[in-house]
Ligand binder design. Structure first.
Ligand code: NAP
Length: 323
């Protein structure tokens, strides 16, 4: 009998076919998050869970005694109680690398959109407000020679820096540790402390994972350090920013604007955000390209297969389970 696995949302056929050759696969038919009690119930007999946009906590795990692997389809795994998995000897994996370029593209799309007021200009045209060409309206900010500040200089942060270099930007970064010399040289990137990053950036882009350490890493104090002409871009996780504090500085124009793909209580937004014309709001689509979503599903599948075949998966988040 083939081992059973559960896939928490529909994923591309190619990934399902690969898994179905080896396992008895059950796929949740709706592209919506199962709540922990229902997810636990669905995993009752499963040896593997390929999880896409669901929370995996004690409540899930306690109902799933046969689970050996939780393969997250995503690089950020703040949706998973990793410590609880480790206690039960369950391997947790993620999908780093395959979504780096897509997410960096989206961060840059937001950066350009807020700098040149792309969405606001689109609304201006659609609403019939464009009556004549004007020299003095809808001025934006230039990227060339501006300082791009990167908070979290890992895979995505560095990929954004590469794009910034292409636009003639000066790169500074703040991260837990210094990047290898070759990377600093390639990107002409300079390590600074958090306060200098916030004070000096014209565009500040966030690329840290969400953890207790990064919760509200950008709050009222940090936002107060930013230049009134500066923009904040967040494609990391909503809870890295104190959204209430962000709304206040955007409303009072203490900073110039923001481009946000992620929110503190998504999909619920702070109601004031919707009223502001100096923000661009996206529905958490950082990795949403055809190429990347397929690559993520395939990699999550390979991680799951390796774990259930007794091999060490390529992207283990909790190596402690291997002793
Ligand atoms: P990564 O390569 O691990 O990079 C994260 C970087 O942040 C690392 O350099 C890390 O340092 C640094 N860091 C961690 N905690 C920090 C702290 N407290 N202060 C300063 N720096 C800190 O991860 P990635 O692949 O670039 O992904 C980054 C995050 O992007 C993911 O965790 C995910 O939440 C988010 N993401 C969002 C989307 C989206 O759809 N919007 C898509 C993909 C990813 P160390 O090297 O010391 O760990």
């Amino acid at each position: 009998m083939k081992p059973k696995i559960f896939v928490s949302r529909p994923i591309p056929d190619q990934a399902i076919e690969r898994l179905a050759a080896l396992f008895e696969v059950q796929v949740h038919p709706a592209d919506a998050a199962l709540k922990p009690p229902q997810l636990g119930q669905a995993c009752r007999e499963a040896a593997g869970l390929l999880c896409v946009g669901v929370r995996v906590n004690e409540e899930v795990l306690s109902q799933a005694p046969h689970l050996k692997v939780v393969a997250n389809c995503g690089v950020g795994y703040d949706n998973i109680d990793v410590a609880a998995c480790t206690r039960r000897g369950i391997v947790v994996t993620n999908t780093p690398g395959v979504l780096t370029e897509a997410t960096a593209d989206l961060a840059f799309a937001l950066l350009l959109a807020v700098a040149r007021r792309v969405v606001e200009c689109d609304r201006y045209v659609r609403e019939g407000r464009w009556q004549r060409w004007e020299f003095g309206s809808l001025w934006g900010s230039e990227l060339h020679r501006k300082t791009l500040g990167i908070c979290g200089f890992g895979r995505i942060g560095q990929a954004v820096a590469r794009r910034g270099r292409g636009f003639g930007m000066h790169i500074i970064y703040h991260s837990r540790r210094r990047a290898p010399e070759a990377i600093e040289r390639e990107l002409d990137g300079h390590l600074v402390d958090k306060e200098a990053l916030l004070r000096e950036s014209d565009f500040l882009t966030l690329h840290v994972p969400y953890s207790p350490e990064t919760h509200h890493m950008i709050g009222a104090r940090e936002l107060g350090w930013m230049k009134p002409t500066a923009f904040l871009i967040n494609t990391a996780r909503g809870k890295v920013v104190d959204e209430e504090a962000l709304v206040q500085v955007l409303k009072s124009r203490q900073i110039a604007g923001a481009g946000l793909d992620v929110f503190e209580h998504e999909p619920h937004l702070h109601p004031e955000l919707l009223k502001l014309d100096n923000v661009v709001l996206l529905p958490h689509v950082g990795s949403a390209t055809r190429e990347t979503r397929l690559a993520m599903a395939m990699l999550a599948g390979e991680n799951l297969i390796a774990a259930l075949e007794g091999r060490r998966p390529p992207n283990v988040v909790n190596p402690e389970v291997y002793g």
